[in-house]
Design a protein around this ligand. Structure first.
Ligand code: DGY
Length: 293
């Protein structure tokens, strides 16, 4: 195949080798990578995507009409290395007949593990305990010091397992409320003042889905007023959360930097699946995981 016939693929970040190797050995592609761990600046993205047939992107890249226009009519496939696709302008993509690949299922276990870890860390106040050890605040074993809430025998309500339990009942009865649903117009700011007001004062709120599912002002108020006991967040608005954000000053709020799927093997499989989706899309074959638009 001559260079002129190669299909241009732009990869918006350095992704794990498992995916890069597949892309690099695809003889039909000319692969251009933003070879950095940091996001591609918007201006570079708009420039580099020009003429691309395929785009491999991450959840931190906003792929909207401007990017699609910059890419131009060659663009056939967008493959996002994520299960979430709220960063993609789906209606615009659909209008242009572009196919979308994503990575469901392969990160479920890693994210579930992180959710349990965050839940326990928040409920049992691990970050506070670690801080006390480091700062010399640990003077003795004390009967009421750093007590939290136990998981054993509690009721855990998970939002994102389907519409099995009415939300009000779930909020009223749960000791732990775990949010794992996708971000859609229906779930945008679902967790707001009214939502928190239905939770128990002793309940712990955990979010490992998307920051925008939560109204953060209302969460801040619920945490400071004692409406709820504590929150553990792996996702925030914006990401990264500014270091002077009021949520970071609260001892009853644990914030992680969106690491739900961050195990070496999971990220490797996500990269591999993203590459397979992209290549199948470019050749017009069924993708292993295509988003139905
Ligand atoms: C995803 O893939 O959408 C997750 O949020 C990454 O952890």
């Amino acid at each position: 195949m001559s260079a002129r016939q190669l299909m241009k693929v732009f990869v918006t970040r350095r992704i794990p080798q498992e995916g890069m190797k597949l892309l690099q050995k695809a003889s039909m592609c000319d692969v251009l990578v933003w070879d950095s761990d940091e996001p591609v600046p918007r201006a570079e993205l708009l420039e580099k995507v020009e003429g691309a047939h395929g785009l491999v992107c991450l959840l931190s890249d906003r792929i909207d009409a401007e990017v699609l226009d910059a890419a131009g009519p060659n663009l056939k496939v967008i493959s996002t290395m994520s299960v979430g696709f709220d960063h993609l302008a789906i209606e615009e993509i659909k209008k242009r007949g572009i196919r979308v690949g994503y990575t469901p299922d392969v990160l479920t276990d890693a994210t579930a593990e992180l959710t349990v870890a965050l839940l326990l860390a928040t409920a049992r106040r691990l970050p506070e305990g670690i801080q006390e050890v480091k700062s010399g605040g640990w003077s003795s074993w004390k009967p009421l010091w750093l007590c939290g809430y136990g998981l054993s025998g509690s009721t855990v309500g998970v939002i994102g397992l389907g519409r099995i339990v009415p939300l009000d009942t779930l909020l009223r009865e749960s000791d732990f409320v775990v949010v794992s649903c996708s971000l859609t117009p229906d779930t945008q700011e679902l967790c707001n003042k009214a939502f928190f007001s239905k939770m128990k004062n002793t309940a712990v709120f955990i979010n490992t889905s998307r920051g925008a599912v939560v109204n953060q002002e209302d969460l801040l108020e619920a945490l400071t007023s004692g409406q709820i006991a504590a929150a553990g967040l792996d996702v925030t608005t914006p990401e990264p959360l500014p270091t002077d954000h009021p949520l970071l000053r609260l001892s009853n709020c644990v914030v992680l930097p969106h690491i739900g799927s961050a195990t070496f093997s999971t990220r490797g499989v996500m990269a591999q699946l993203s590459a397979h989706n992209l290549l199948s899309g470019l050749t017009g074959d069924p993708m292993p995981s295509e988003l139905k638009l």
